[in-house]
Structures are given as C-alpha cells and as structure tokens.
Ligand binder design. Sequence first.
Ligand SMILES: *Cc1c(COP(=O)(O)O)cnc(C)c1O
Length: 230
Amino acid sequence: MPLSSPPDRSVEIAANLAHIRRRIADAAERAGRPAGAVTLVAVSKTVPAAAVLAAIAAGQMHFGENRVQEASEKFPALRDAGATLQLHLVGGLQTNKARDAVRIAEVIESLDRPRLADAIANAIERAGRAPALLVQVNVGDEPQKSGVPRPEADAFIEACMERFGASLRGLMCVPPEGADPAPHFRWLAERGRRHGLPVLSMGMSADFETAIACGATHVRVGSAIFGRRP
Ligand SMILES: *Cc1c(COP(=O)(O)O)cnc(C)c1O
C-alpha cells in the first residue's frame, strides 16, 4: 500500500460499533429495560463519507449530523449506495436552513424556538414530507447553547404538539459539560412523561450509559465510534 493512501479504518469502526452496542445492551439490561429499547445514533459530523460507509457496512442505520450543509454533501450519495439510512440533525438549526433540513432529514432533533417552528412548518408544507421532530431543551440554561430555556419548555412543547401533531415525537438535550448529567437526564425524562412523548434523545460518548439508566431511547455517540474529531 502506498504511504499516501488513507488508512482503512473499517475494521476499527466495526469493532467500536460492536463494543458500543454491547455497552448499550448491558446498560439497558441493568436498567430493566428491554433489549432494543435504545437506538444508537452514530454522530458522523466531520467524519469522511468512507468512514460512514464502513459504519453502514457494519449494520449502522441511524446517523447524526450537526450541519445541514455537511449532511447535504455526504448523505445523498450514501443513500444512493442503497442503504436505508435515518439521518438525524442534531445541531442548532438556523431558520434559513429549515427547508433543506426538512428535505434531507428523517429526524430534526433541534426544534427550540417559535421562529424555527414557523420555518419548519412552512418547509413541511412545501416539501410534502414531515420529518420526526424533537424539542431540544437547554437543560443547563447555558447562554451559548441551543435549546428552549427550561422555564419556557412546557409552553413551547405544548405549542409544538398542537402544531405538528404526531410528528412531534420527543425531547433532546445536551447537559452542561463537567457536571453530573444524571439530574439533567432525569429532568428531561420527567418532562417527556408529563407530555406523553415517547422519544428521549440524550447521552453521548462520555455519558450514554447514565442516560440509558435515566430513560434515554436514543443515544448520540460520535467519538467513541469514529475516533476523536479534529
Ligand atoms: C457531537 C455531538 C454528539 C456526539 O458527541 P461525542 O462526544 O463525540 O459522542 C452528540 N450530540 C450532539 C448534539 C453533538 O453535537
């Protein structure tokens, strides 16, 4: 192999995926939850398409991207390769990206403000296609983070349920770094129950087992599968 060719990381990615799936199953079992209660979303932001293909070959179906532009560049070709993919948009979403987001995603996890809800509703009407939607809550009330602030969460969730009906599936959060995430996960789970929403997207590479113990139905794992991002 010439020194200049990129290393083939498929074996490593398949092994990482198998390991994460095992840990997810173990965490679900410890929590007394059925196998298959938790969906793994492989967060592939900044990851080259070849590495995403390796994950697909290893049976991975749900992927997460945080930028609409990058997702639009990577995913159509991957779908053409024949895979049934579920693309989740997990990053803060600009209103002017709502049309593209609705066109390309199966799940938008970052619905967090009325103007974005307006833009998504318009885009759904134009596209004739409605992705599943999650309301992102800023559980740590951090000024720099996306997500509806906690004091406004109930009213916003109710407005979105009314507006989007069954497309509004659940809640998502990214707890503050460096703090115990469990109270934040439990807070989100309680809100999900309160509103009768089935999906809870919470937990990343560092804390997905804690999230599963708190009721996560979807965990978003990037670096533990694909390696550290540049
Ligand atoms: C990057 C990202 C992840 C994955 O983070 P890792 O620590 O690499 O697992 C999950 N959720 C969101 C919203 C992200 O932006």
